[in-house]
Design a protein around this ligand. Sequence first.
Ligand code: PMV
Length: 329
Amino acid sequence: MLMSGKKTARAHSNIALVKYWGKNQELLNTPAVGSISLTLDNLFTTTSVEFDHALPSDIILFDGSPAPAKVSKRLSAFLDLIRQKANSTLSARVETVNNFPTAAGLASSASGFAALALASVSASGLELSEIELSLLARRGSGSAARSIYGGYSEMNAGQNPDGSDSYAVQLYPESYWDLHMLIAILSEDEKPVGSTEGMNRTRQTSPYYSAWIESSQQDLDDMRDALKRQDFQKVGEITEQSCLKMHSVAMSAHPGIIYWHPETLKIIQLVKQLRKDGIEAYFTIDAGPQVKVLCRAADATTIEKSLSDEPAVSRVISCSAGPGAHLIE
Ligand code: PMV
C-alpha cells in the first residue's frame, strides 16, 4: 500500500429534489429508485484520515470526541472497503467535523461519507475517478454518492447485481442556476428511525411501496426536463410532490414512520401562504422534521425573514448551490 500521510477532504451535504427511499440490496446499498439533488454550500463535513502502522485499531473522533460505538463500527466497516482495494490491513486515525447538527435530517451521512471516501482514498494512495468515488461513497450512505459532485446531480438506481452501475453523475455545476435552499431548523434531536431501518420497513410493509417505485421514473424524467429548461415552478412542484410521496409511503409502513413534527406542517402552510402572496417558494423534507425551502436567490432574504419570525423555527441556514467533494490543506 502506498501511504500518502494525512489527507483532509471536505464534502457538502445535498438535498434531494427527487427523493430516494428504498433499497434494492442492503449489503451493497443500492437504491431502489434514482434521485436528483442539489449540493449545498453552507452545510459540510471536513474529514482527515491517516493510516498508521502504530495503531492497533481505528481511532475515530467525531466533532472532537471519540465517536459512539455505532458510528465507529459503521466508519470502520467503510474503511475496510478502502483497505480491501488497497490490499492493506493498516488502521486509521479519522477526525470528522460537521458544521451543522448531525443525524437530524440534514443529510450529515451524505457529506460525511463523501468526505470520508475522498480523504481515505487519498490517504491510502489510491487514485479513483469521480464515478469510482461515487460508487464507493454509496456503500456508506446512498445519498453520499451524490455529494461527490457540486451543483445538481442524479443518482442512477442501476440494475447490475454487483452494484457497478449504481452511481451518481453531475447534471449541472453549481454556477448553472441561482437557486437557494433555506433550511428551517425545528429540532436538533436525532431522528427516531434511521433511514436504512425506515426504508426496510417501508419495503416490507407498505402497501403503496410498488406505486412509489413505479411513479419515481416519471418524476426523474420531469425533473431533468424542468432543470434543463430552468422552469422554476415545475422544479418546485416536482420537488414538493416527490417529498410528499416519500413521506406518504413511509407513513403507510407498519408501524408507520412519521418524521414530521406539528411545526413541520406549520412551515408547510407558511410556504403555501408565501406562494399565495406571490413569492415562489417550495418545500421539501427528509428523514427528520426540518423543512427546506427551495427558492430563487432574489427571494431568499424575504423568505428567510418569514421563516425566522416563526416561533417554532430555532434558526435558518441559508444555502446556495455548493461545490463537490475536494481535498483541502
Ligand atoms: O443516504 P441515506 O441512506 O441516509 O438516505 C437518505 C434518504 C433521504 O434523505 C430521505 C432522501 C434522499 O434522497 O436524500
